[in-house]
Design a protein. Sequence first.
Length: 217
Amino acid sequence: MINTIDKRAVVLISGGGSNLQALIDAVKSKELKLIISAVISNVDSAKGLNKAQKADIPTSCIKHNEFSERINYDRALLKEIEKYKPDYIVLAGFMRILTPYFINQYQGLIINIHPSLLPKFPGLNTHQKAIDNKEKWHGCTVHIVTEDLDGGPPIIQAKIPIKKDDDSFTLSSRVLKREHKIYKKALQLLISGELEYKNKDIWLNQKKLTGPIEMLF
Ligand code: GAR
């Protein structure tokens, strides 16, 4: 029987879905008190779709390349999402820029994970950029999605040192492991109400955060 107080989320993906799998596992182990109502991809070959199907989660695919205008894609995506009446939209490797129209429909309720220590390295190729920039540290950030690309208020970050012999592959695989830990944590803090997004700020237990929570491993 579904617990009516459990929050519901639609997860959007574009690829392998390892973050999705970490969330599915956290739901199963009850670390994360969330119902993943559906998984939607913009790419039909996304391996994450199989992961969702294995967990008996409804899936669908709305291919972005069938729409010439970004706004029309977003309207179709919203229509599909609305079928599930989610409390949150969770972006887990969803490689599309959402229009302000889309974001405004779910203000403060769209969460993203990004593979860098934001505000450093928004956009793509973050691991290579961190190496090229000779950074000592790299990591990942869970943040609220706003119209500012990868610029919404950060919730949690995990930081790792960059090793001398790291390339973008070794670095991304170490960062990904941290992503799997911080995403479920950030979502559970939000769902439980311990963490709130109000007046454009993040509040933890009624105290305004001045920066993201840093998770150490
Ligand atoms: C993850 O590293 C995620 O942070 C990144 O895509 C990867 C998806 O992996 N997302 C972005 O770059 C969004 N701008 P996954 O499909 O195995 O979860």
